[in-house]
Design a binder for this molecule. Structure first.
Ligand code: HEM
Length: 440
């Protein structure tokens, strides 16, 4: 360890709560204040603990590349959502993570993705056909319901696995688990977020445990069946317990993230009709049931998706904990320190992006590629060994939803509308995000 390193400056605030409420209300302002006042590596109190905060692409890169293997994901995320997403892939580290990721990788090959994309088409078309035109259509809950139905089809193999009531309970259990992240009371007390999340986790374990035997015996093409059958060349497989843990985590990882992405796109396209029209022309040019290769051809829709992920990254902060003392940009971080990798701010830095608050999908055009200014300027899917394993799946799902939506509907959003976002867990619009929806 170099002698010139020093401890990160500490921002003092209200004991225990510290910067939590400021973050929940307006994370970007909280991050900017922190960066401007205390620099790229600094300490805060957050949700009852001392955290080292990493801001800007260089500091985020140091933790995500993790050259000296000092940053563990499991203990970091574990503090926020651990008991509820225990032993999901993101909660494992080092050799064990590597072993599980190698097995899981075969569930996300190009061939598998082609299969999932084919299964998505009828499910998305039917789901969206049920939407009703409405001058105050609440896009977010409708999208959440749709992505849950898609998860039932593509992840679990169809609605015959469970009744609509049961799926509603599964959905609620996910929401309860995700919302535990920023709970200030972290004990099993009835009526609290933490207490609800504990019950949610039990329900999910029971649900997947109950269906596992059938999936092993009569596998389909869904992700649940695939996880049950996976085996590496050297004969490594997942145990029943691993499969339940991975399924719970995968559904969570895929669900809210894709929902908020499409929801942000709907808001932006509702406020930028010229982009909506450009995207619609692309959607109409595709065959009725586009393949993965067809979706790869979408240029405008791809740029709009990337720009929406820049403006509202569905995972604004990545959690880590140091397993040994380490150094970031000349600051010494002790062992056992929670670390918040605040990728959200990199997406909005005027040092990296021209007029960052403006919706400008052309930033991602081949002749501009403004995201190339720094390897970690745009990191909605993270980076390093924990980089999102489902990013191509997510792209296929988001684009499929948009293609079907653009074909069936047109929508507008007041140009002056600003989404009241909640950051009490993963970001979501508190007002359900109303749009004026008309059938084409
Ligand atoms: C737009 C949608 C999505 C976004 C923005 C997103 C974002 C992320 C991010 C930022 C991470 C890294 C977390 C960290 O390093 O701490 C991650 C990891 C992960 N994501 Fe995604 N994700 C999305 C969709 C999906 C989907 C659809 C799946 C599964 C089908 C998925 C499965 C996973 C898994 C398993 C991990 C853990 C990887 C590991 O630890 O090796 N994600 N995701």
């Amino acid at each position: 360890m170099s002698q010139t390193t020093e401890a990160p400056p500490r921002r003092r605030g209200v004991p225990y709560i510290g910067s939590t409420l400021q973050y929940v209300r307006d994370p970007l302002t909280m991050m900017r204040t922190q960066y401007e006042g205390w620099g790229p590596v600094s300490d805060i109190d957050f949700i009852g603990k001392r955290w080292t905060v990493l801001l800007g692409p260089d500091a985020c890169e140091a933790a995500l590349r993790n050259a000296d293997k000092a940053f563990a994901s499991g203990d970091g995320w574990g503090y926020l959502v651990g008991p509820f997403f225990d032993r999901g892939l993101m909660l494992l580290d080092f050799d064990e993570h590597h072993r599980h990721r190698r097995i899981m990788q075969s569930a996300f090959t190009r061939d598998r993705l082609e299969g999932y994309t084919a299964a998505l088409q009828p499910a998305v078309a039917t789901g969206i056909a049920q939407w009703q035109p409405d001058p105050e259509f609440l896009a977010y809950p409708a999208l959440k319901e749709l992505t849950l139905d898609l998860a039932a089809t593509v992840f679990m193999g169809g609605a015959d696995l469970a009744t609509a009531d049961e799926l509603d309970r599964v959905n609620q259990a996910f929401i309860d688990c995700v919302q535990s992240a920023t709970a200030l009371v972290r004990a099993n007390i009835p009526g609290t977020r933490w207490g609800r999340a504990i019950r949610g986790r039990r329900l999910l374990e029971e649900f997947f445990g109950r269906h596992l035997a059938v999936k092993r015996e009569m596998p389909g093409d869904d992700l649940f069946s695939v996880l049950c059958q996976l085996e590496t060349e050297d004969g490594e497989r997942f145990s029943d317990e691993d499969i339940v843990n991975h399924m719970i985590f995968l559904l969570m990882a895929a669900h809210d993230t894709s929902t908020i992405t499409v929801s942000t796109v709907m808001q932006q396209l509702g406020q930028h009709p010229e982009w909506q029209q450009r995207c619609r022309e692309e959607a109409l040019a595709l065959p009725e049931n586009p393949t993965l290769a067809d979706l790869d051809q979408l240029v405008a829709i791809d740029m709009v998706m990337k720009e929406s992920l820049r403006i509202v990254p569905p995972v604004p902060v990545l959690a880590r904990k140091t397993v040994k003392e380490t150094e970031v940009l000349g600051h010494r971080i002790p062992a056992d320190r929670l670390v918040a990798v605040m990728v959200h701010m990199s997406h909005h830095m005027p040092e990296l992006w021209d007029d960052p608050e403006r919706f400008d999908p052309e930033r991602f055009a081949d002749d501009r590629r403004d995201d190339k200014v720094h390897r970690y300027a745009w990191e909605p899917f993270g980076g390093g060994v924990h980089k999102c394993i489902g990013l191509f799946f997510a792209g296929a799902e988001v684009k499929t939803i948009l293609v079907h939506l653009l074909r069936q509907f047109e929508w507008t959003v007041d140009p002056g509308y600003r989404v009241p976002m909640s950051y009490a867990s993963l970001p979501y619009p508190k007002d359900g995000q109303p749009v004026r929806l008309v059938r084409r």
